[in-house]
Design a protein around this ligand. Structure first.
Ligand SMILES: [Zn+2]
Length: 70
């Protein structure tokens, strides 16, 4: 298989959530500059929180209408 995977992609989730310590974060950031695989994964992860908040907002709206219908 020609698929390129990097073990560091595991840390990207914590990175996106801001859960990494300063040292780890700096290390990961310099790794990102040389690792296209991680950059791609980071791109995907970066859009997740936004997606999730949109989904829950949508769900909240769906749960809401029952109140206004008397
Ligand atoms: Zn990597």
């Amino acid at each position: 298989m020609g698929r390129l995977t990097c073990p560091r992609t595991i840390s990207l989730g914590a990175y996106v959530l801001g859960a990494l310590e300063n040292g780890e974060r700096a290390e990961l950031e310099s790794h990102l500059e040389v690792c296209p695989s991680c950059r791609l994964e980071l791109d995907r992860l970066a859009s997740l929180p936004d997606l999730l908040s949109r989904l829950s907002a949508d769900e909240a709206e769906r749960l809401g209408p029952g109140r206004s219908a008397h």
